[in-house]
Design a binder for this molecule. Structure first.
Ligand SMILES: [Zn+2]
Length: 209
């Protein structure tokens, strides 16, 4: 059986919090039927509150103190701070942690996608450096989104995988040629014929006057 990672636990807790609209109790979490099970989360993270804390969610302890102290680096007066909801204060107190976790998650997703690109390589040539490789939606396939957008929006691997299945991997050069081909195709003329007809530059002087 695959082992459960802290990332799995944090993601599951955030999914639960999104669905419930609040930081989940163990019972609420269990009622959603998510995996990993709450017992696994407790074991992996060293406690339910520790797990929620790691996921950037409000914990029972944080609910206990009615007004948490204001971080020094936010633009609120003490009065305005006291008027925020518990959830809003929680967000401000943990925004750095949340931002870091978002970046981590995105970097991991991107690395995973890079791996898939490298594995496939360009469909047309031998390029296999993932930084030069694009996903090109195949002709006649319905495009839901750009794969890069799905990564930026931290969509699930299943969603990203489904979109990748609609694509060929092309390097930047081959991708550009592919799109140039479409343009010329619409004009019903081959690129080489186009150059012969409109692109004769033998009489032009560009380098000197
Ligand atoms: Zn190529």
């Amino acid at each position: 059986m695959a082992s459960t990672s802290p990332t799995d636990c944090r993601q599951a807790l955030r999914t639960a919090a999104d669905r419930l609209g609040e930081s989940p109790s163990k019972a609420q979490y269990e009622s959603l039927g998510l995996t990993p099970a709450s017992a696994t989360i407790v074991r992996t993270m060293g406690g339910w509150n520790a797990a929620k804390e790691a996921a950037g969610l409000e914990t029972a302890a944080s609910r206990g103190s009615r007004v948490q102290s204001k971080p020094t680096d936010v633009d609120f007066s003490e009065e305005a701070w006291a008027e925020l909801s518990v959830d809003q204060r929680w967000h401000y107190r943990h925004r750095e942690q949340n931002a870091t976790q978002t970046l981590d998650k995105r970097a991991k997703l991107r690395a995973w996608v890079y791996g898939l690109k490298r594995e496939r390589g360009c469909t047309r040539c031998s390029e296999s450096d993932p930084v030069c490789l694009d996903f090109h939606h195949r002709d006649g396939v319905e495009k839901t989104a750009n794969v890069s957008e799905l990564v930026s929006n931290e969509r699930s691997r299943d969603t990203i995988r489904a979109e990748i299945r609609r694509c060929d991997v092309l390097c930047a050069n081959c991708h550009r040629k592919e799109h140039a081909h479409y343009r010329f195709e619409r004009l019903d003329i081959e690129p080489s014929a186009m150059v012969a007809e409109f692109g004769d530059v033998s009489k032009e002087r560009v380098d000197s006057d």
